[in-house]
Design a binder for this molecule. Structure first.
Ligand code: NDP
Length: 488
């Protein structure tokens, strides 16, 4: 086998690709067809160890590199990603099966934006300082010097691979850290391409390392004594395991762990704008975005109109070849994930759901039927007690539930173990602010969804995560302050 296998995706350690070890690889599967795209070289513990060691070595001088130089390098990286834009798009589409239009407009477009934004944010950042006046007449100057956290383990998921990777790596590098990245086994390619780009624009060897694996690599990395902090996006269950992995060494973690996000639709909402926004929030990326809406609470007076409008929009989605411009909706990421989503579809039926649309696996013809396709799905007839209304499904599906007044809507939306995002749809200005603020979530939108400013805090409450990233929040996570007190 070793002679015939072509390893398409390699690990990147200490500034170079490593030679594949023929005994440890796994297939990279195209979710749109189920076909094998190539092989991924899985890192063994010795290679992860080497990645961490090289990161520690590189950290010493990268941490001392002037901020302006680090910011300039990030801007060069943004330029280079744009020059190689279509390569990133092709890799992301092949790994995820997402529609090419989305990869261009959202996923890959955001990568240079992340690098430029954090170059600007770090370059403009000041330090806190205070003049202290004690009761006995002494005065002192206090100021905090922010130092890089150190070597950061970056564990990123398969749903928005490059977007979420650069969202973490850009501030980490801007703040002077070295990183060891563990991409999802489902989507190894764009992280690997990014390693190449960062080397091309002059990032010193060892500052950015990528190690692949499908079981055990993530845990070994987070338990490693050379890791100073972990940033992770993924499931709440894995988040708790990462937490226990770093607990013995008391290292900081930053977690974004998904959600069971609510939309609240009031009777005075602009119907067309709301329906377009709701459809986007339920079905974007086949529902595989942590911010996606899975619970839609609708005022009774407009329940039927919203239900019918959403059914029409779900029915109008185009499932098809990801590389076709007309395709709006791709497959789920894997067979295992589709099995999980289909189990929730069966459970919803047992829990008394009335199926409004979808509910099964579409027939897309011979070319695509080996892929992990699923129909955009809407339910009504469920209540907040249902498991399908409480647990994150992570597919193109939502439950529509009626409410009678504002307090009931707030109570229903907040009745969850998660707390990532919410959207409120109303033309009443004061109610919009009031309800958005009452949502127990990290991000609350009014009359929109997934509109982001990279300077604002991003993250969740409860099972949705720990800490915030974005703007100053990223600077706080990726640095450690030393407070200096000088008596005057
Ligand atoms: P997980 O959230 O379980 O994460 C898997 C990744 O974490 C792999 O890279 C794995 O590395 C690593 N990992 C696993 N265990 C540990 C550990 N103890 N310490 C450190 N790293 C570890 O992803 P799944 O793909 O299995 O997704 C499961 C569910 O998560 C989805 O169904 C969805 O509900 C949710 N999800 C949420 C996302 C979000 O944006 N919040 C994104 C994607 C998924 P290794 O392979 O080496 O073990």
């Amino acid at each position: 086998m070793a002679d015939t296998v072509q390893y398409w995706v390699r690990n990147f350690v200490d500034g170079a690709y490593t030679e594949p070890n023929e005994t440890s690889g796994y297939d990279n599967i195209d979710p749109a067809t189920g076909a094998t795209l190539g092989r991924v070289h899985a890192a063994d513990t010795a290679l992860v160890d080497r990645a961490v060691t090289s990161a520690r070595r590189a950290l010493t001088s990268w941490a001392k590199t002037p901020v302006a130089e680090r910011a300039a390098l990030l801007r060069r990286a943004a330029d280079r990603i744009e020059e190689r834009f279509e390569e990133f798009v092709a890799a992301e589409v092949a790994d995820t099966g997402k529609p090419i239009t989305q990869a261009r407009l959202l996923d890959v477009r955001r990568a240079p934006q992340n690098f430029r934004s954090f170059a600007d944010i770090v370059a403009a950042a000041g330090q806190e300082s205070f003049i202290t006046e004690t009761g006995d007449g002494r005065r002192a100057l206090n100021y905090a010097v922010r130092k890089p956290l150190g070597v950061v383990a970056v564990i990123v998921p398969w749903n928005l691979p490059l977007l979420l990777l650069t969202w973490k790596v850009a501030p980490a590098l801007a703040c002077g850290n070295a990183v060891v990245v563990k991409p999802s086994e489902e989507t190894p390619s764009t992280a690997t391409l990014l390693a190449e780009v960062l080397a091309e624009v002059g990032l010193p060897a060892g500052v950015f390392n990528v190690v692949h694996g499908c079981g055990g690599v993530g845990e070994f990395l987070t338990r490693h004594a050379g890791i100073d902090g972990v940033t992770f996006t993924g499931s709440s269950a894995t988040g708790t395991r990462v937490m226990s992995a770093v607990a013995p060494r008391v290292r900081p973690v930053s977690f974004e762990l998904g959600g069971k996000n609510a939309a609240v639709v009031f009777e005075d909402a602009d119907l067309d704008e709301t329906l377009d926004g709701l459809a986007r929030s339920v079905f974007t990326n086949t529902g595989q975005v942590c911010l996606c809406t899975e619970r839609v609470y609708v005022h009774r007076d407009i329940f039927d109109e919203i239900a019918n409008g959403l059914i029409a929009r779900a029915s109008a989605l185009t499932l098809g070849r990801p590389t076709d411009d007309a395709t709006t909706t791709g497959p789920l990421i894997s067979q295992a994930h589709r099995d999980k989503v289909l189990r929730y579809f069966e459970l919803a039926e047992r829990e008394g759901a009335e199926l409004l649309v979808g509910g099964g696996v579409p027939d897309l013809g011979a070319e695509l039927n080996g892929g992990f396709w699923i129909e955009p799905t809407l339910w009504t007839g469920l209540t907040n007690d249902a498991t399908t209304v409480r647990e994150e499904i992570f597919g193109p599906v939502a439950a529509l539930i009626p409410f009678s007044d504002e307090n009931e809507a707030i109570g229903l939306a907040n009745d969850t173990d998660y707390g990532l995002a919410a959207s409120v749809w109303t033309n009443d200005l004061r109610r919009g602010h009031r309800v958005a603020q009452a949502m127990n979530v990290g991000m609350s939108w009014v009359n929109t969804w997934f509109l982001r400013d990279l300077r604002s805090p991003f993250g969740g409450m409860g099972l949705s995560g720990l800490g915030r990233e974005g703007g100053a929040s990223s600077l706080h996570f990726y640095t450690d302050p030393t407070n200096v007190c000088v008596q005057l």
